[in-house]
Design a protein around this ligand. Structure first.
Ligand SMILES: [Zn+2]
Length: 116
C-alpha cells in the first residue's frame, strides 16, 4: 500500500506551493493517476484528510482524475492507447514492442489556493 507515501509527498509539495503563493487557504489538490499504475484513487482520498489535518491543507479535498495510458510503438513509431481487445498490441503494425510514455505515473497536477 504505497498510496500513503504519495499523499504525504503531494501534501508536502502543496504546502510549499501555498506558502510560496502566500495563500490563506487551500481549496483542493488535483492528482492524476495513471491507468497503468496500481495506485487506488479511493485510498489517496481516504488518507488525505489525516495527512492534511493540522496544516494549511486541512478542510481541502484531494480530487483524482485518470491519466490515460499512451504507448509508442518501437517498430513503426505509432502512438496509441493500449486496448485489451487487441492484446495491447500496436493497432497500426501489430507489434508488441511498445514503450509506455504515459500512464505509469501519479502526479500532482494542480493546487487550488485561496488568497483571502
Ligand atoms: Zn506499430
Amino acid at each position: 500500500m504505497h498510496e500513503l507515501s504519495y499523499v504525504v509527498r503531494f501534501a508536502d509539495r502543496a504546502i510549499a506551493i501555498a506558502e510560496q503563493q502566500h495563500a490563506a487557504s487551500v481549496r483542493k489538490l488535483v492528482v492524476q493517476v495513471g491507468e497503468m499504475t496500481d495506485v487506488l484513487p479511493e485510498y489517496l482520498q481516504k488518507y488525505y484528510p489525516e495527512v492534511a489535518a493540522g496544516t494549511i491543507l486541512e478542510g481541502s479535498v484531494l480530487e483524482t482524475e485518470p491519466l490515460r495510458a499512451k504507448v509508442k510503438c518501437l517498430q513503426c513509431g505509432n502512438e496509441y492507447h493500449p486496448e485489451k481487445e487487441t492484446n495491447y498490441l500496436c493497432p497500426a503494425c501489430g507489434s508488441a514492442s511498445g514503450k509506455v510514455l504515459e500512464g505509469r505515473q501519479v502526479v500532482l497536477k494542480e493546487v487550488v489556493t485561496e488568497s483571502f
